[in-house]
Design a protein around this ligand. Sequence first.
Ligand SMILES: [Zn+2]
Length: 408
Amino acid sequence: MTRLTHCRSCQSPRLDMILDLGRQPLANALVEPAHVGQPEDTFPLEVLFCQDCSLVQVSETIPPEILFGRDYPYFSSFLPALLVHSREHALGLVEQYGLGPRNLVVEVASNDGYLLKNFVEKGIPVLGVDPAQGPAEAARKIGVETLQAFFNATTAHALVAEGKRADVILANNVLAHVEDINGFVEGFAILLADNGVAEFEFPYLRDLIDACAFDTIYHEHVFYYSLTALEPLFARHGLYLNDVQRIDIHGGSLRLTVGKKPGKTARLEKLIAEEAELGMGAPAYYEKFSRQVAKVRDDLRKLIQDLVSNGKRVAAYGAAAKGATLLNYASLKGDVISYVVDRNVHKVGKYMPGLEIPIRSVETLMQDRPDYLLILAWNFGAEIMAQQKAYADAGGRFILPIPSPAIV
Ligand SMILES: [Zn+2]
């Protein structure tokens, strides 16, 4: 691992640390029971702000073989809500740009072809680009032509040499993960036709800060974007931000439209102006967030420790990355949290990274009846509390940690 000395976008050395979440294991690295108690790899989880281009980014560069080495293959088609969202999006694009058999739609990080198949059905040529073998093979099986590769300037040049130019390029939930962000954006400039459009979806930093959702910060997410930071990044490669929509997925995201000719919509101008008014181009905005985050940590730790000292038993719900980040940051380990329940059977029986907390089935709650249930998946808090009505009826109480720890 290497600590960042220069901004990954503009290369400036003027980086301010705006948030320190401490040393953390990789948030998805669940521990096998046989390895509990053995040392785990941990890395600083610090967030930096570039004083020159305003880009917010994590401080450590972790080699991809460590970062993604243990990931389970991830197939987007298993997420029904995503399929509906993607289909609506694809059909909207076909109509908006009048796409037909002479056009080419490219998707970067195309996974198992769940989005591109909607264009294939309409007779529109497509190409997916994705480095993961299993999902790329699954995509080809449903007729979505897929190149198994990382997308960058080299990949884009090779496609152009084959005579390919994209009228539309889509990249959903990948912009935040790519370390070499300049090489990545340059690839779009190379592959895009002169009148083409590229669309990116990614979590919006402003929504993260408004919700105090600091637990969505972990090593796999290298970047946290504002429009203020994206404009110079795209401009460097001859691309213009032209339109934006705020969309209600992943806790609040942006869908950004980029092209080779300038032409900002009024709603894009408005959102950029709002960022300026909020101060997203200066460190003070982020320092305020950092103080809120530290207060959540202190208040949550005190709340849980007081309950445990009074003889109460506390379990938690949701063995996902965000839960690992929150518990590690607040140092709430196996001595105070009895276990974490999760609906994913592949996680049950393992342990939370860095915490020595076992993961159990959701049914454990009714058998064991802990006094309190800390909802780590707080963004689904209402749904989880409704599902666990029997637990509440039997006297169980819920704790929501964010935006401010509370027993509900
Ligand atoms: Zn910068």
